[in-house]
Design a protein around this ligand. Structure first.
Ligand code: S3P
Length: 441
């Protein structure tokens, strides 16, 4: 898809104040559409994230034979075709900027006797797919064409899927989910053993739809066993607000003096809440109001007031629980007093951009001292940032939003060269921030 770059500048103005709700969780939204498509009958979804990444997944399941209806804002219905029931698509499936949509759907297609071509934008075409193709080939799928394990690639799904035991070499919920989705079509038990626990939305939603899963903690990690060939029964899904999107207004409020902001209904799944734990250790005031359970997830309204922050050490073991939040944490770290060390960020190099490099660059361009040592990011916080930088966003929505958050509190304005990709995960971001008093022009 061709798009014109959309530069945007953020400048310091005044405190941020108000109550907002951020869009639905991206991970849960992708999974709701995919499981809805693999169930028999109608799945009702409310609060679906209508960002480009998720809309591409909706188009993909449609192209594979599911009926997907948009009934109103966030209200969707999916009429599924059953496990193994996808039809041969007439054209290539385009996942745009989304690694999650693409990798989860590789898994879902791998269990069906069809051939499909997977493609995406320039950012997605650079990202590694071998990691997911390798276990899918063990299940019985074949990669027909692909250059160096990148998109575009054509996958022939398994005629007779074989259940496997898979121990991922990288902590990745996408990888785990792809194998479980392919394993749905295999007879017997598909097993994933994760040495580091990653977000568990796929497992939870599969159980919600009636699949049989067994969990065990082994010395090697968390063992997830899925019994294949279930009949998935549609269940209503209410998508909670995305903590990875909430991170932007929350950090903006923390570093903009005088701010007091509430973000409503944020999902606080422990495997996603690493940022909030880290900010609390930095001395942030984040109050959980009306903690409650909705749709099987813990949620709460989060009230944040600006205040001083101090540098901390973030252990590598926490990375899976906050993998998408490091760019905006690095911005918070610039406004903290003292050094923040973030360890074990190898996976950031293969996100929508090389996020480790892009985050370091974003801070450096704005007068913040940063070191990258191996896979660690070290930010020398001075309680302030000069700003004045033009940030290259590298087709990465989270780099764009982090740059703008920085500009709201730095001495000089910060410009993001292209904010068009924010629409992949957080449509309405700029207006939501403006409603809190942010100056974005
Ligand atoms: C996601 C998993 C993570 C994360 C991505 C969403 C998911 O990727 O970065 O934004 O929904 O499963 P990895 O599985 O590659 O860590």
């Amino acid at each position: 898809m061709h798009r014109d770059p959309a530069p945007l500048t953020a400048r310091r103005h005044g405190p941020l104040k108000g109550r907002v709700r951020v869009p639905g969780d991206k991970s849960i939204s992708h999974r709701a559409l995919i499981l809805g498509a693999l169930a028999v009958g109608e799945t009702k979804i409310s609060g679906l994230l209508e960002g480009e990444d998720v809309l591409n997944t909706a188009n993909a399941v449609r192209a594979l034979g599911a009926r997907v209806e948009h009934r109103g804002e966030g209200e969707w219905r999916v009429h599924g075709v059953g496990v193994g029931g996808f039809a041969q698509p007439a054209a290539a499936l385009d996942f745009g900027n989304s690694g999650t949509g693409c990798r989860l759907m590789l898994g879902a297609v791998a269990g069906c006797p069809i051939t499909a071509t997977f493609d995406g934008d320039a950012s997605l075409r650079r990202r590694p797919m071998r990691r997911v193709l390798e276990p899918l080939e063990r299940i019985g799928a074949h990669t027909l064409t692909s250059s160096d394990g990148r998109l575009p690639l054509t996958l022939a799904g398994a005629r007779d899927p074989i259940p496997i035991v898979f121990e991922p070499q990288v902590p990745s919920a996408q990888l785990k989910s792809a194998v479980l989705l392919a394993g749905l079509a295999a007879p017997g038990e598909t097993v994933v053993i994760e040495s580091e626990a990653t977000r568990d939305h796929t497992e939870k939603m599969l159980a919600h739809f009636g699949a049989e899963l067994r969990f065990e903690i082994l010395p090697a990690g968390r063992r997830i066993a899925l019994t294949g060939q279930p009949e998935l029964a549609p269940q209503p899904i209410v998508v909670p607000a995305d903590p990875s999107s909430a991170a932007f207004p929350l950090v903006a409020a923390l570093i903009t003096p005088g701010s007091d902001v509430v973000v409503e209904g944020v999902m606080l799944n422990p495997l996603r809440a690493g940022l909030f734990a880290t900010l609390a250790e930095m001395g942030a005031s984040i109050e959980r109001i009306e903690a409650r359970n909705e749709g099987g997830e813990e949620i709460a309204d989060l009230r944040v007031r600006a205040g001083p922050l101090r540098g901390v050490e973030v252990p590598a073991a926490r990375a899976p629980a906050m993998i998408d939040e490091y760019p905006v944490l690095a911005v918070a770290a610039a406004f903290a007093e003292g050094v923040t060390v973030m360890r074990g960020l190898k996976e950031l190099r293969v996100k929508e951009s090389d996020r480790l490099a892009a985050t370091a660059e974003l801070l450096r361009f704005n007068g913040v001292a940063v070191d990258v040592e191996g896979d660690d990011l070290i930010v020398h916080g001075k309680g302030r940032a000069a700003g004045g930088g033009l940030v290259a966003t590298h087709m990465d929505h989270r780099i764009a939003m982090s740059a703008l958050v920085m500009g709201l509190a730095s001495e000089k304005p910060v410009q993001a060269d292209d904010t068009a990709f924010i629409a992949t995960s957080f449509p309405g971001f700029a207006d939501l921030m403006r409603s809190l008093g942010a100056e974005l022009i």
